[in-house]
Design a protein around this ligand. Structure first.
Ligand code: 13P
Length: 244
């Protein structure tokens, strides 16, 4: 890890309720005792939990993020949507954009680009997800795919200092599979060359077993964690193991 601190971002996806938030008490206690300058923890719950979680995280060093937002810059008649101003107003500092699960629902690069631009204008930091499918990997198209996602997604965004890139191979998400350490190293190097100065995270099946391999990849700035972040004990164990 080349960085001052390592990111651990919990993406709860479509899981969790008010009761689940109690399980975070462990994490809050753990973080208070842990070397603060070593980690940056961010929780991204479903939008129903943004406000209660914001209350819970007040006076902790843990930050809050949303999982997506509408592309619009203003308020409007968009049933079921929330905009980046609303996310900022609820106390969140981050928003995940470009996640493959939303790309699968039809989000394309230009829509993601608009979301990123307007979220930056609202003062949010972006966790920008990119990644290739298994088919693309087999055809050796990974770099080409990532390169396109980056140039389209970050089109006309000059100041990229509030953008963190998360490399999440689609085939690794929720599958228990991860790329080889050397492959991740190569890809992260490629991304950092393309977006100079960027922080790049790895995401996709990060768990207590593979963190030993993942933590040895020196250019990874942290992890975006789905399944394993929903269990506080597992999440804490992953963080502990990263520094052991
Ligand atoms: P898993 O950790 O469950 O594979 O999910 C990764 C992910 O999609 C995080 O955004």
């Amino acid at each position: 890890m080349t960085n001052k601190y390592t990111y651990f971002i919990a993406n709860w996806k479509m899981f969790g309720n008010l009761k689940t938030l109690n399980s975070l008490n462990n994490v809050i206690t753990f973080v208070k005792k842990f070397k603060k300058n070593k980690i940056k923890l961010i929780y991204c719950p479903p939008s129903t939990l943004l406000s209660p979680l914001n209350n819970k995280l007040k006076s902790t060093s843990i930050d809050l993020g949303a999982q997506n937002c509408h592309q619009g810059d203003s308020y409007g008649a968009n049933t079921g949507q929330i905009n980046s101003h609303m996310i900022k107003a609820v106390g969140a500092k981050y928003v995940i954009l470009g996640h493959s699960e939303n790309r699968e629902l039809g989000e394309n690069d230009s829509l993601i680009n608009l979301k990123i631009k307007n979220s930056i204008k609202s003062g949010l930091k972006i966790i920008f997800c990119i990644g290739e499918s298994l088919n693309q990997k087999r055809k050796k198209q990974t770099k080409k795919v990532l390169s396109n996602q980056i140039s389209q997604g970050l089109k006309k965004i000059r100041n990229k200092k509030n953008i963190i890139i998360a490399y999440e191979p689609i085939w690794a998400i929720g599958s228990g599979l991860i790329p080889k350490g050397t492959e991740i190293f190569e890809i992260i190097k490629f991304i950092k060359k393309k977006v100079r100065g960027s922080k790049v995270l790895y995401g996709g099946s990060v768990n207590i077993k593979n963190i030993n391999t993942l933590k040895k990849i020196h250019n990874v700035d942290g992890f975006l964690i789905g399944g394993a972040s929903q269990n506080s004990k597992k999440f804490i164990d992953i963080i502990k193991k990263t520094f052991n």
